[in-house]
Unconditional design. Structure first.
Length: 250
């Protein structure tokens, strides 16, 4: 077990829904004890306004099915707490809503048919630094993000990255989670999160996928290039990494 795993502190996850039965169901998924490599997740209930004012609240599960605000709720949260990671539960069969939710700041999207085990796993994926979404929509999401006018990217000089930020960014492009990056670089997971935050601020990205697209468009990592289908390829003849993603996460 690495030092980052040993020192991992419990993670507080806010739960927001207007339906008591659904809230009880969401709370129950935290009853399962974490495994040896998992971080302990602590559910926190309350009104959204209260949860957003808690500065130690990094993650929020929000039920769009019981909210009349729809995407407007996500955008409002993003304005107040741009640092908070959102796990959204919404209607099924609406691909555009999934894409819009992720662009609006959601790190995961699940529908009502998702089992408690799936919801728990999605939350763990998000807390490890990845995005959970239907695999079939990733190419559409990448295409949407790549439609950002290139002039808007080229007008400003590319940001200066430290050697460590270059290392972290390269591993992000290879679909590594924060936990995996920490293990590979021999640093703590919270240090990786700090590097990712600085990378997003320097590139103007709102999430890891957008960060990847901006990094590839601006060629911020030497030797890395985008190939057809949005996959990442090393120019020095190494194998492509695009097909190594888990089924639902990035």
């Amino acid at each position: 077990m690495s030092s980052s795993q040993k020192s991992a502190e419990p993670v507080r996850v806010g739960l927001v829904t207007d339906e008591p039965i659904r809230l009880e169901g969401l709370t129950s998924i935290f009853d399962e004890l974490p495994g040896m490599s998992q971080t302990q997740l602590i559910p926190v209930t309350g009104k959204m306004e209260e949860l957003l004012t808690a500065l130690d609240m990094e993650y929020l599960v929000i039920d769009l099915n019981s909210s009349s605000g729809g995407l407007g709720v996500l955008e409002a949260i993003r304005r107040v707490r741009p640092d908070i990671r959102l796990i959204v539960i919404g209607p099924e069969g609406n691909d555009e809503l999934v894409l819009d939710s992720i662009v609006a700041g959601a790190r995961a999207y699940l529908d009502l048919t998702a089992s408690p085990v799936t919801v728990r796993h999605a939350i763990e994926v998000v807390t490890s630094g990845s995005i959970w979404a239907p695999r079939r929509l990733l190419s559409k999401l990448i295409d949407r993000l790549l439609r950002v006018p290139k002039d808007s990217l080229n007008n400003a000089p590319p940001p200066h990255l430290t050697d460590r930020e270059q290392q972290v960014l390269e591993l992000i492009l290879l679909a590594q989670s924060n936990r995996e990056i920490a293990r590979q670089l021999g640093i703590e997971e919270r240090t990786v999160k700090a590097h990712v935050g600085r990378l997003m601020r320097k590139t103007g990205a709102d999430n890891r996928i957008e960060l990847s697209m901006r990094a590839l468009n601006q060629e911020l990592v030497p030797g890395m290039a985008r190939v057809d289908g949005g996959r990442v390829d090393r120019r020095k003849g190494e194998r492509r990494q695009g097909d190594t993603l888990p089924a639902n996460c990035y």
